[in-house]
Write a protein that binds this ligand. Structure first.
Ligand SMILES: Nc1ncnc2c1ncn2[C@@H]1O[C@H](COP(=O)(O)OP(=O)(O)OP(=O)(O)O)[C@@H](O)[C@H]1O
Ligand SMILES: [Mg+2]
Length: 614
């Protein structure tokens, strides 16, 4: 799952959405918290170990290419000291130099290849692993961690790791090796000058480092400011119709303009600091190099050093200095990756609360479709103080249609969530065909149910894809039959490409009633013995309403049906009405009985359905 392709698939012909996404990922990456504890990267080891051959090849070529680079300086020294003596010598040493270059080229290419492939492989495994794991988690995890945060961990954090394993880790290792190797060689070539460099280096590096850190902090702040501006603009553009309807274009413009100006002022600070940094760097670096050359030239004049050794010394110092600079740059990436890996491994360590028992009790075959709730008491993990269900009892016979009715927040949808075993109750139990949900495999339980949720989530893809979501092995004929039964075939066939028409993200090209009928078709194709309908609260126009009602009628058929009803027509069709209030069953009966009683139902019916009690 590459987020680039996913992004491109969703652009409605708009170019560059993938690039946009990549851009926003990089920006987001800059704002992810870092971790000083680099040990977090240890969590990557199992992923690397799985491809140890690649890792070994990468390490070998890393050592080899660094060795070759360092030996180039010796070749330069030989050319200067001995090669200039005769034409023949000159040719020979240049040939040696050329051979080293060739080896270096091959070794560097191989190092790059093996390290990059290793990195890409590890990241691909990590992405798949994280997504597969997240799919197993239950709702309680998403209460403590926002979906956006989970997504960030799956995309931004993994991208940070990709950056590390694919390039920064190799840069860091190579530069550490170069630094160590160059320092050893420097000490061999001229111990005295090396000591001189050691004393000089901190004077150059420390001010550069401190100044550089300030510039980086300023540039993150600029990005933050700009992200705020973009956030504001995006919000207004998403709801452009609302903005225009309220005539708030000017205020949106002003807010964005102000945010952009703030971002500009922050960038100005950054640019000034950066200009200063450039001056400081040039002064320090050239000053330092000049000082070193001056000392080295003295050594050559005094005869303490050959000109070739001077050349080698200068090359080595440049290599060592470059390595230090490169290490300073990647250190930030390493810390960032440590933070990212910490968040990813936290996610990987999360265990679902709802899991299949080791020896699940199989549900009886054929299914009868009997549902029993016994003394359920339940509070959501995030709201232990609020009992969503309170000693809830209900028995639904096979084939029966029960309508759940009650004020908003009564716990109707919660009953469904417990039946689907998204949560376990604190007391009581739920039985399907006589089997306690906790003893059965959740996958088997859910296979017996078809759900039409309150705001049925549809997916990008065609109408066909969305219906087939209900059952993967459904044939085209079954899909068409389901669409017909759900009164959806008419509008689907009228789409430009019929069943194959792309519906856009969350099927946003469809009207509310069409979405509901598509969701009903999706649950029908499942052909499950128990149907769960959470009727949408949003109002539909009369025609759509009629179609949805017909679709529901076909769907309910002979199945056991639990329907959370918001409409009179649905209630009238039910065999029994169960009235809920504050997590309890308060009344049961038919519409006529309950209306006559003049209790909560009669009041609700009057308010919600506009029906006077008989
Ligand atoms: N995920 C959740 N975490 C915490 N509390 C929740 C959660 N979902 C629902 N609740 C609370 O549980 C209670 C019952 O909610 P539920 O969704 O079952 O109501 P409902 O009867 O379906 O209402 P509506 O008719 O508005 O859909 C409400 O007080 C609600 O605030
Ligand atoms: Mg609800």
């Amino acid at each position: 799952m590459s987020e680039t392709t996913a992004g491109e698939a969703r652009t409605d012909g708009r170019p560059g959405a993938g690039a946009e996404l990549a851009q926003s990922l990089t920006e987001a990456a800059a704002r992810r918290p870092r971790s000083r504890d680099v040990r977090n990267l240890g969590h990557l080891l199992p992923f690397i170990r799985a491809h140890w051959r690649h890792a070994a090849a990468a390490a070998f070529f890393l050592l080899f290419s660094t060795g070759a680079t360092l030996s180039m300086t010796a070749a330069a020294r030989l050319i200067v000291d001995r090669g200039f003596a005769s034409m023949e010598g000159l040719n020979r040493y240049f040939l040696i130099g050329a051979a080293v270059v060739l080896v270096l080229a091959l070794a560097t290419a191989s190092r790059f290849y093996f390290i990059t492939v290793l990195g890409e492989r590890v990241v691909a495994d990590l992405r798949k692993g994280v997504y597969r794991h997240v799919l197993t988690l239950d709702a309680s995890h998403f209460l403590t961690m926002r979906t956006g945060e989970v997504l960030s961990r799956m995309t931004t954090d993994v991208t940070i790791i990709e950056n590390l394993v694919g390039s920064s880790a190799s840069i860091a290792l190579r530069n550490i090796l170069t630094l160590v190797g160059a320092t050893v060689l420097l000490a061999i070539v001229s111990p005295r000058l090396t000591l001189f460099v050691m004393l000089l280096a901190p004077l150059i590096i420390i001010p550069m480092f401190l100044f550089g850190r300030r510039v980086r902090a300023l540039s993150t702040r600029t990005q933050d400011r700009f992200a705020e501006a973009v956030g504001l603009a995006g919000e207004s553009l998403d709801a452009l119709e609302t903005v225009q309807a309220f005539g708030r274009e000017a205020s949106a413009d002003r807010r964005f303009g102000e945010a952009v100006e703030v971002a500009f002022r922050t960038s100005l600070k950054r640019v000034r600091a950066r200009a200063g940094l450039t001056a400081v760097v040039i002064t320090l670096v050239f000053g330092g190099v000049g000082l070193l050359l001056w000392a080295a030239a003295h050594a050559v004049v005094n005869g303490a050093m050959t000109p070739g050794a001077l050349i080698q010394f200068v090359f080595l110092s440049v290599m060592a200095a470059t390595s230090v600079g490169a290490l300073g740059e990647v250190w930030g990436v390493v810390q960032q990756a440590a933070g990212a890996m910490q968040r990813i491994s936290e996610l990987l360590a999360a265990r679902p609360l709802i899991a299949a028992p080791t020896h699940p009790t199989p549900l009886p075959v054929p299914a009868r479709g009997e549902v029993v709730f016994e003394g359920l008491t339940f509070a959501y993990p995030g709201r232990p103080d609020l009992t969503a269900l309170h000693d809830f009892n209900l028995r639904v016979e096979p084939g029966e249609t029960v309508a759940l009715v009650g004020p908003s927040g009564a716990g109707k949808s919660t009953v469904f969530r417990l039946l689907l075993r998204f949560y376990d109750p604190q007391a009581g139990r739920v039985l399907i065909d006589g089997v306690d949900l906790r003893d059965a495999d959740p996958a088997e339980i859910r296979a017996r149910m078809a759900l039409v949720a309150q705001d049925a989530a549809l997916f990008s893809g065609s109408a066909l894809d969305n219906i087939r979501f209900g059952r993967e092995d459904a044939t085209i004929e079954e899909i068409h039959a389901a669409a017909r039964a759900a009164e959806a075939a008419g509008f689907i066939e009228a789409l430009p490409e019929g069943f194959d028409t792309p519906l856009g993200e969350r099927a946003k090209t469809l009207s509310g009633g069409q979405k509901q009928r598509l969701a009903i078709a999706r649950s029908l194709v499942r052909n499950a013995p128990i149907l769960l309908l959470d009727e949408a609260t949003s109002a539909l126009d009369a025609e759509n309403e009629l179609l949805v009602q017909k679709a529901l009628e076909n769907a309910i058929g002979q199945r056991t049906t639990l329907v959370i009803a918001h409409r009179l027509a649905t209630v009238l069709r039910a065999d029994r009405i169960v009235v809920m209030e504050a997590g309890r069953v308060v009344e049961q009966g038919t519409h006529a009985e309950l209306s006559r009683k003049g209790g909560l139902y009669a009041r609700l019916a009057k308010l919600q359905f506009g029906v006077e009690a008989a």
